[in-house]
Design a protein around this ligand. Sequence first.
Ligand code: ATP
Ligand code: MG
Length: 809
Amino acid sequence: MQWGRLELAPFALTRPERRLMPEDPMHTSLGEGELPAHLPVMPIAGAVLFPQILVPLVLTEAPLVELVRRAVQRSEEQLVLVTLKPGRTPEEEDPSDPPFYTVGTRGMILQHSDLPDGSIRLLLHGKERLRLESCEREDGVWIAAVEGLEPPAEDNDEVEAIHRVVLGQFLELLSAIPEGGEEMKELLTQIEDPGAFADFISGHLNIEVEEKQALLEELSIRHRLEKIAEILGKEQKVLEYGTEIQERLKDEVEKTQREFWLREQLRIIQKELGEDEDDVAQLRRQIEAADLPPPALEQAERELKRLERTIPQAPDYHIIRTYLEWLATLPWSLESAAEIDLRHAREVLDRDHYGRGEVKERIIEYLAVRKLNPELHGPILCFVGPPGVGKTSLGESIAEALGRRFTRLSLGGIRDEAEIRGHRRTYIGALPGRILRGLREVGERDPIFMLDEIDKIGQDFRGDPSAALLEVLDPAQNHTFSDHYLEVAFDLSKVTFIATANTLTTVPPALRDRLEVIELAGYTPLEKAEIAHRHLIPRQLEETGLPEDAATIPTETLDQLIGEYTREPGVRELERQIARVLRRIALQRVEEGREEPVEVRPEALTDYLGKTKYPQELAGLEDEVGTATALAYSPEGGQILFVEAVTLPGEGEIKLTGQLGDILKESAQAALSYVEAHAEKIGIEGDVFAGRDVHLHLPAGGTPKDGPSAGIALVVALASLFSGRAVRRDVAMTGEITLRGHLLPVGGTKEKLIAAAQAGIKTVLLPKRNEQDLEEVPDEMRERLELILVDDVGEALRHALRTGERDEG
Ligand SMILES: Nc1ncnc2c1ncn2[C@@H]1O[C@H](COP(=O)(O)OP(=O)(O)OP(=O)(O)O)[C@@H](O)[C@H]1O
Ligand SMILES: [Mg+2]
């Protein structure tokens, strides 16, 4: 028999305007009630109710339904919830050995309603921990004498320190949630009381019931937090090392579910609070205060009248009310109206971001034009670059520099026009689109509105979101933006939109036309180290709650951290790794009482972070016949790629594997033709082609590859194969080839060079016609790499193939 089926209410999309924290005074006044000496017992199977947590339950079993009815009548809507011991049933009646644990949580019944099938739906709010002193059966129901349980006195500093460690861990886990972890983050950061915090997290952990019960029974807040830290630590490991995709997916789903729960809880509390007031009067006041433009005001009046005529129990009532709430809370006329101060803007940009001189200059220029000509609606700034290079954070800085609010909408995977423009009110659960939702969130009509990942916007039968986006961005149309839900026009012309993308190739051309593109390349290791020193380490020290001088990470350690524990164009993973190191230090301070500052030596990194994650690709590899090293570039950054060639008996066919795209396949054909045609010049002896097939493979077969820039590496691999001369392993190359053997220029030079240096390459062959790119190659890269510009294949072969005796191949 299953006791207490959990029921999920429909997903709450509304963003709560008012957050209620567990320690919020309004929250605790939700019918706190005195603790009576006796309470009816509700045993539940497979779940533990923690203080701070709200649970909706649907009860179908007659005795439980009866129990709730009785609780509602006789004990001021209170119960004690306890968890059934494994293998026991609630029908057992021996008072000397009740089938449940004797530590439980007082549950206040916030809502109860009868369902047509005789079952009952409940909303319970977990109050304090209780011990069940003695239990008796009365008319088939357990009644227990209860006593409140208080935490022992503890060292506040210690508790606070471990509180922060746990918070850090949890936030890190949350950052694995692709969308919307923000709200939970904010909520968690605001729970100040460590005990409440521990209970809140416990309620959302995905662990065995016995473990949960142990957490409930643990009265020491410190020990409770330590147990949680251990559990989260395990979860982190799973997340990091878990290789089975299945496991990963499961984790993700569970996290989204937790996230869902939180939203749901907030929604319910809000509803609870909201219902006490006189809706219509309150809404009317709000609408008056919101200074609506005439058409919107007329609409609001009409709807207010409708609301007055509707009884609160009618389904329509909530629909109208929600609609009016939207009208009342949108920033129709509220704005920051801040003046543009270029000097201040420059200071803020410099303070928040290291380097990027050119980008900052262009931003300042853009702002200067805006200042001179506020009415001019210029192009939309668009930051293009690989992940983690500071696109979003530059947007935030711009907002701060201008004294504007900031909001962000991720367009990744948005396929439905209604996401941008809302659903008509006739839909159940309809809401305005994300543009208006974002504006309500910031509460001002002139924010910086970042449209993230415009390159990932989708399109299908539900309409084309990029068309709606075009209207949003078009100054000729956006002062009367129409949202399906709102029905009345909203003026978006004061909003400053900034877009970001990893690549421009997938941005619809009409959209691209509106954008002023600023490219942000990946960082070199030196730049990363500098960013870490100035920004990431100080920030993470603060987040971990460590004093500023508690830990230093010298440059040589950072170099190793960057080279061997991260592989990314940006600095996001680097920041995560720094955070991990600092958290371990924080934990040592708490557990071992260490006070002295720690200097993190390179040798100590394995202790903090485990084995190197990314050993250099070239380490331990020898020169080989038939294997060349190409440099590739994708929106995620640069990377080295091996090209392997072998020959086998056949009819002169070419076989290609490694998930290659059409362009790459064609360049392989061209490469083979070139090698055959110029065999003699290359130094290929005899008729080696007849009766042979060629098999070309580009490892990492799981990743699709395409583009013409591997052309030269394909030629080198084939020339090596047929001539028997090995390719120098520390030479990497990039360049498109023509059938006549000329090299054509290719893109992503800087990213490719950074990847080459990281992989341990010594020499890079680049097409001569990429020469102008070298200007933007930092000195640091020139020092680490020998860059050779080559005009044709012959030259490239001279540098790439080993001279001297022939190898076996
Ligand atoms: N030049 C820099 N100086 C200081 N911090 C930086 C710099 N560049 C990036 N960062 C930091 O790196 C982190 C990641 O940056 P951000 O989130 O802005 O990346 P992004 O380019 O938006 O990536 P994505 O494409 O994945 O959204 C942020 O914490 C940001 O502050
Ligand atoms: Mg971003």
